[in-house]
Design a binder for this molecule. Structure first.
Ligand code: ZN
Length: 337
């Protein structure tokens, strides 16, 4: 069910999703900025992993600029925003923690296993499936789809399909992303790949179509300055696309490092314990260099975590306790500069 709850320069619709239990329902808030222009239309969602806040706060900063562009007649393509894409995950508070990455009932990652059916065909299926189908149905109408996430601790980086690297570079330039990871496979399938799959299935693949995941640093990187910086990046990309008409000063960021997803390796800890890092996100490291130690028993020798190759530290874990087999750090294989 859709309800229009505001109609001004932008239109806000509320989509109701019935819960899987009696007595409650979820709603999805969708913001539409519409015009008669023919520039690429853009869909941006945040917080599909419900507790990842950097994207949501960036959209909060972007919205007034879209309202202004629309009211000044500078909108040349439609923009659709879903600032909180996952009301189900947001409600999953367990013992003081919000667990927004996996559906607690279905045990599936909210950014995996997207249904190929339409939401109306899934009326008897769990809410998480209907939510995923609904998001895809809104997103596939756009030419450009951006899914905003964040890591535990990391830089701004992108996931794009291998064949869309050219457009990925343009997005990376606007967002000042440090790394682009390309994916040639469709498995496991994330939101951006699922949207691409639907475009292919519906024979809607055109040159303008582009879908990407943007990782906006780490879970703790939620500050006014970073929200503004990410909003600036999204706005710049909308201007680059021609979706918004504006003139911005040139920026000259470094070229991003490009690698395929398999060139970024997560290193697990063979022992449980306290995690003490020797390196930071962005550091260059040599093969065999110590990246961290895991202290299992005070007074005993620590377990060393060594780099398997030359490269750059991409991401670190945000908690400092590891269980045996937990991932500790992600290193991107790359020749040292
Ligand atoms: Zn995420």
């Amino acid at each position: 069910m859709q309800t229009v709850i505001y109609s001004g320069p932008m239109e806000i619709k509320k989509i109701t999703l019935h819960s899987d239990t009696s007595g409650q329902e979820f709603s999805l808030r969708v913001l539409y900025f519409q015009c008669s222009g023919s520039a690429p239309s853009v869909y941006i969602q945040a917080a599909l992993h419900a507790h990842e806040m950097p994207g949501m706060v960036a959209l909060d900063r972007l919205i007034p600029r879209l309202v202004k562009a629309e009211s000044e007649g500078r909108l040349s393509g439609n923009v659709t925003l879903v600032p909180h894409a996952n009301p189900i995950g947001l409600a999953q508070g367990v013992h003081g923690e919000t667990l927004g990455r996996f559906d607690l009932n279905g045990r599936i990652n909210f950014n995996r296993s997207f249904p190929t059916k339409m939401a109306k065909e899934l009326s008897g299926r769990p809410a998480a499936e209907r939510l995923k189908a609904t998001l895809i149905e809104i997103a596939v109408n756009a030419d450009v789809v951006l899914d905003l996430h964040c890591d535990d601790e990391g830089p701004v980086y992108l996931y794009v399909s291998e064949h869309q690297l050219g457009e990925g570079r343009r997005l990376a330039h606007a967002m000042q992303a440090r790394v682009i990871l390309t994916d040639a496979s469709d498995d496991p399938i994330s939101f951006d790949l699922a949207v691409g799959g639907r475009w292919t299935a519906e024979n809607r693949v055109e040159d303008t179509r582009f879908a990407a995941t943007i990782e906006l640093r780490g879970m703790m990187d939620v500050t006014p300055d970073l929200a503004q910086q990410d909003s600036d990046g999204l706005y710049r990309y909308l201007v680059d696309l021609g979706t918004i008409v504006d003139v911005l000063p040139d920026i000259d960021p470094d070229d991003p490092i490009v690698g395929d997803v398999d060139s970024a390796e997560l290193i697990p800890s063979p022992v449980p314990g306290a995690l003490l890092y020797d390196v930071n996100v962005g550091d260059w490291v040599k093969k065999g260099q110590r990246l961290a130690v895991v202290m299992s028993e005070p007074g005993e020798k620590n377990q060393e975590i060594l780099s398997p190759f030359d490269g750059q530290i991409m991401t670190r874990r945000d908690r400092r306790f590891v269980r045996r087999g937990d991932d500790v750090i992600k290193v991107l294989r790359h020749p040292l500069p």
